[in-house]
Structures are given as structure tokens and as C-alpha cells.
Design a protein around this ligand. Sequence first.
Ligand code: ZN
Length: 114
Amino acid sequence: MHEFPVTEQIIKIAAEQAEKNNALKVTQINLVVGESSGFIGESIQMYFDIISEGTICKGAILKMENVKTKWKCPACDILYSRQPLSFACPNCGMDGLPTEIGREFYVQSIEIET
Ligand SMILES: [Zn+2]
């Protein structure tokens, strides 16, 4: 449900950019969605189809680049994806620390037709 306001925001950002560039329409919106961002791609797509109706973004392709969550080992200084039941570093077995990688959520770029 919390995808509704962020989808409105995505459309607003894309529409503003499109208008600045005198676009006729937005053809594609490229999003970066982290695995731990808390946002679900399918929900964004669903709201997008509804909210974009009647806007310059109608019919645009929503392309989502998914970013996998990464953990960092304090001993080895490596980044890794954790296993379902473990936080352990695959190299030394020490529990890793969460990083910002995987929390991303933003509009990377838009493609327009002028
Ligand atoms: Zn380690």
C-alpha cells in the first residue's frame, strides 16, 4: 500500500523532467529498487498503470534495476549476500554488518519522445 505515494512521486519527477525538455511523452522510466528498500516492483507497476492515466507518463515502460542487499564483513572487509538463515561472512564466518547497498530507491533516468 505504501507504494502509492512513491509511485505518485515517480510520476511527478518524470513529468517535471519531461516538461523541462519539451517532451511529447515519457517512453521509459528507469528505477533503481533495492531489495531492502521496502518497495515491491509489482505494486509500483500496478499503481503506475492507474496513476499515470491522463499524464505525460501514460504508457511509459517502468524498467526496474533490482539491487541485491549486501552485508559487509568487519574482518575481511568484503561485501556479500547473506544466506537465508545466516549473517556469516562466507570467507571467515564472522557475522557481517548491514550496509546501504540494497536500500536504494530512486529514479535513475527517463527516456522521452520529443
Ligand atoms: Zn570475513
